[in-house]
Design a protein around this ligand. Structure first.
Ligand SMILES: NC(=O)C1=CN([C@@H]2O[C@H](COP(=O)(O)OP(=O)(O)OC[C@H]3O[C@@H](n4cnc5c(N)ncnc54)[C@H](O)[C@@H]3O)[C@@H](O)[C@H]2O)C=CC1
Ligand SMILES: O=C(O)[C@@H]1CCC=N1
Length: 274
């Protein structure tokens, strides 16, 4: 029988992973999602055919894998409500929450448990996610494979062996779809100022990002070389890139990513205190 996977929380991130899992052929029957609000659950139930529940502990009592997908700010209260069920069942815990260390989650869940911390991103919804995973010492090989299988169903999986590196993963991929969406917004606005209809500018910008990513992934050339290949000497791209460099795009990105990782550390301090 397939492993039973219960998602605690059914918002953006859980919805993206569940949608991607179904899309890649996971049995809807093996997936449960919970939320206190049935209005959040109804579309998942009706559209995807998964099980839903408003009682977290009851859903954990039958799970092999429990994916914790609520906001970090309410994680403690949610975990404490799961203590008895989690300690009785001892499922693999997969947390997608930013910041919260495995040790903190174990403490809130009432003691030692196998915990995989996962930093996914929302493109999981279309099978193009990128996730960093870390396993604590209590996760066995079969559970590690199960976590890999779950997240590979929705995209790329990279394991890290130092939990602190998940902060870097958050900066590089967890939060990063938003950086690209910001670029799309800005390119659309600039395209409109240059005279294009908004939807034309949006489609061209998005297809270009998609094409650039696909090309870079297929190529053995580093991005710097692919960039140079677009830049004819004295041409248009060279002028654009000069502007981006002078405007400090690199520094802005580096600083944004440092701030992102620092916020993950800060959240662990703020929320993990007793
Ligand atoms: N949105 C993103 O791009 C990413 C989010 N994450 C992490 O995913 C987690 C969830 O974030 P989102 O999905 O964006 O938030 P969200 O607000 O969209 O979803 C949270 C869900 O939790 C449910 N919920 C609230 N109280 C609950 C309770 N007591 N029991 C069960 N469910 C409850 C809500 O109904 C909602 O469906 C966070 O910990 C976040 O750090 C990680 C990577 C990327
Ligand atoms: O913004 C956040 O805190 C979450 C974690 C990574 C992406 N979204």
């Amino acid at each position: 029988m397939a492993s039973q996977v219960t998602f605690i929380g059914a918002g953006n991130m859980a919805g993206a992973i569940i949608g991607g899992m179904i899309e890649s052929g996971f049995a809807a029957d093996a997936i449960t999602a919970t939320s206190p609000d049935d209005a959040v659950l109804a579309p998942l139930r009706e559209r995807l055919g998964i099980h839903t529940a408003t009682d977290n502990a009851a859903a954990v009592a039958e799970a092999d894998v429990v994916v914790l997908a609520v906001k970090p700010q309410i994680m403690r209260q949610v975990c404490e409500g799961l203590r008895d069920a989690a300690q009785a069942r001892r499922p693999l815990i997969v947390s997608v929450a930013a910041g919260l260390p495995a040790e903190t989650l174990e403490r809130w869940l009432g003691g030692e448990l196998p915990v995989v911390r996962c930093m996914p991103n929302t493109p999981s919804l279309v099978g193009a996610g990128a996730a960093g995973l870390y396993a604590n010492a209590r996760v066995d090989e079969a559970q590690r494979r199960l976590a890999t299988e779950l997240m590979e169903a929705v995209g790329l999986v990279e394991w890290v062996d130092d939990e602190a590196l998940l902060e870097a993963v958050t900066a590089v991929s967890g939060s990063a779809p938003a950086y690209f969406f910001l670029m799309f917004e800005a390119m659309e606005e600039a395209g409109v100022r240059l005279g294009l209809p908004a939807d034309t500018a949006r489609r061209l910008a998005m297809q270009t990002a998609f094409g650039a990513a696909k090309m870079a992934m297929a190529s053995d050339k580093p991005p710097a070389e692919l960039k140079r290949n677009v830049m004819s000497p004295g041409g248009t791209t060279e002028r654009a890139i000069e502007h981006l460099e002078q405007a400090g795009l690199r520094t802005a990105l580096a600083e944004a990513m440092e701030a992102c990782a620092a916020r993950a550390r800060e959240m662990a301090d703020e929320l993990g205190r007793d």
